[in-house]
Write a protein that binds this ligand. Structure first.
Ligand code: ADP
Length: 189
């Protein structure tokens, strides 16, 4: 198999979900958002959803094993695409190592880590705006948003060095219009 695995990386509110649709369509990729998958589990009232809900509502990460299992199931079940666009995964170095391990079992590997960067001040602004549009519980409270930003810096940001050292890191400026940011990402693929 010669599937592509793109990681869409960036702080909460950077625009990963906004950009993912156009990228997935243009390059025939299956878009997987771990946040969306978890929210569907919560909405469906599953045991996994119940376990995830309190963590997500407080701005904490769910356990690595939980998202790793969801991702691996998708890799095995989705057909007819040229690859995958991972949005919100990996979010810890341990998840990145698990991803490398699950891909290498099939002789596959990460193609590139596409990073959308915005300053923390803009994270607050964008999430406050999104809270009005989408009504997500984890967007509504300022202390939860602050915790998510802190979690990003502590646990997710180390992935930048991880993918830089693998020669896979490509960064674009996430400040600008949706079209501008999309064009910047296209140029990096
Ligand atoms: P955002 O990019 O705005 O933070 P997401 O929809 O990607 O939103 O994620 C929402 C929440 O779902 C996260 O704050 C976290 O609690 C949980 N989550 C999503 N992906 C992961 C992951 N890979 N590992 C752990 N928790 C995750």
């Amino acid at each position: 198999m010669n599937r592509k695995f793109f990681i869409l990386f960036g702080p909460p509110g950077a625009g990963k979900g906004t950009q993912a649709g156009a990228l997935a369509e243009r390059f025939n990729l299956c878009h997987i958002s771990t946040g969306e998958l978890l929210r569907s589990e919560i909405a469906a009232g599953t045991a996994l959803g119940a376990k995830a809900k309190a963590l997500i509502d407080n701005g904490n990460l769910v356990p690595d094993e939980m998202v790793e299992a969801m991702i691996e199931a998708k890799f095995q079940s989705v057909d007819g695409v040229d690859g995958f666009l991972l949005d919100g995964f990996p979010r810890t170095v341990s998840q990145a190592e698990a991803l490398d391990a699950m891909l290498s079992k099939n002789g596959e590997s990460v193609t590139a880590c596409l990073s959308i960067m915005i300053p923390d001040s803009l994270v607050h602004e964008r999430i406050a705006h999104r809270a009005l549009l989408e009504g997500r519980a984890d967007d509504a409270r300022d202390e939860v948003v602050s915790n998510r930003i802190q979690t990003y810096h502590a646990k997710t940001e180390p992935l930048i060095a991880y993918y830089k050292s693998a020669g896979l890191y490509r960064e674009v400026n996430g400040v600008g219009t949706i079209d501008q940011v999309r064009e910047r990402i296209f140029q990096q693929i």
